[in-house]
Design a binder for this molecule. Structure first.
Ligand SMILES: [Zn+2]
Length: 327
């Protein structure tokens, strides 16, 4: 099986975004050390909107210069060492701003389809160009939508073709959520490892795109009780490295604690305890995409990843979109 270790390289988007150091730089460095130890490569889905805002605001706010340098240096280093640098778009950066020493997240337009076609075209093109100006190569051909909001795909289709974005990895089977900001519905996604599509990433069709979905796992409410309790009882192992707070997702916590829910196969926090179970459940698949967020990583998760790679690297291939494309 091909296993992709993918990370959304980003700050938090709630009341406090947290710092570049604790949400991105430090945990990514720790992840890279684990990957280096085993000789495997990671996929970073870089939230380019943040980098563009850093570049814009560092002129008037010199304290942002260091964040900009460290972030862009880390991306360059990751790329030079063979890690995959791909495109992640949180378009709410367009409306967000920096003042009085902090980022103010304005998430009224959280999904790309919340923008008009002209703006969508501009955002996708300029974000891709910015990312590729860091790697100095045309490297960004895979995409993950911010908050998994890849629907309606008609809004992405033309601009993806123009920008040679050919792979999407936003869908996870049976995922469904909607709120003021979010909207996705993957109930009709095929139960396959990957597929080609044309107008709808949940529908197998001949077309210019390939969906390589994120692995999906059904979790019991008991699991989340344990997750929240462990965070309280043993913060050293279970407290995320990131120092911000997430955007509010009304009803989500209550839902997790009271009913079975369908979730991504994830490295975030205690979810990493489920990696072996997820691998068993995907045994008949050709691919397993695992998602993580450096900001949500814990020491527990880092150890779990280390053991997961050690146990599986001889049986499976840890790979990236870039490695597979170059074959
Ligand atoms: Zn994201």
């Amino acid at each position: 099986m091909n296993i992709y270790l993918t990370f959304d390289y980003e700050l938090y988007f709630g009341e406090r975004t947290g710092t570049a150091k604790n949400c991105i730089l430090h945990p990514t460095q720790l992840l890279k050390e684990v990957a280096d130890k085993h000789g495997v490569k990671l996929v970073q889905f870089v939230d380019v909107g943040y980098i563009i805002k850093l570049e814009e605001y560092k002129i008037k706010h010199p304290e942002l210069e260091e964040d900009y340098q460290l972030i862009t240096d880390q991306i360059r280093l990751l790329y030079q060492e063979g890690h995959d640098i791909q495109l992640h778009i949180h378009p709410h950066w367009e409306d967000s701003y920096y003042s009085e020493g902090k980022w103010h997240i304005v998430a009224k337009r959280y999904k790309l389809p919340d923008f008009d076609n002209e703006n969508i075209e501009r955002i996708v093109s300029t974000y891709k160009q910015k990312l590729e100006s860091l790697t100095e190569k045309e490297t960004a051909f895979a995409f993950r939508a911010g908050g998994w909001c890849i629907q309606p795909f008609e809004k992405f289709r033309e601009v993806f073709i123009k920008n040679k974005i050919a792979i999407d990895s936003s869908v996870f089977k049976n995922g469904k959520y909607s709120s003021e900001q979010y909207s996705y519905d993957f109930l009709s996604a095929p139960d396959e490892s990957s597929w080609t599509f044309n107008y709808d990433p949940c529908k197998i069709e001949t077309g210019p795109f390939t969906e390589i979905p994120i692995g999906s796992i059904k979790n019991s409410p008991l699991f989340y009780w344990k997750l929240f309790l462990l965070g309280r009882l043993n913060p050293y192992m279970h407290k995320p490295f990131g120092d911000g707070v997430p955007i509010t997702a009304p009803g989500q916590r209550k839902k997790l604690l009271t009913q079975y829910t369908q979730n991504t196969v994830s490295l975030d926090g205690y979810n990493a305890a489920l990696l072996d179970k997820a691998l068993r459940e995907h045994h008949n698949k050709k691919e397993l995409v695992i998602i993580g967020h450096p900001k949500s990583l814990t020491r527990f998760g880092l150890n779990a990843l280390d053991q997961f790679i050690a146990k599986n690297k001889s049986k499976h291939q840890f790979t990236t979109f870039q490695i597979e494309r170059s074959k």
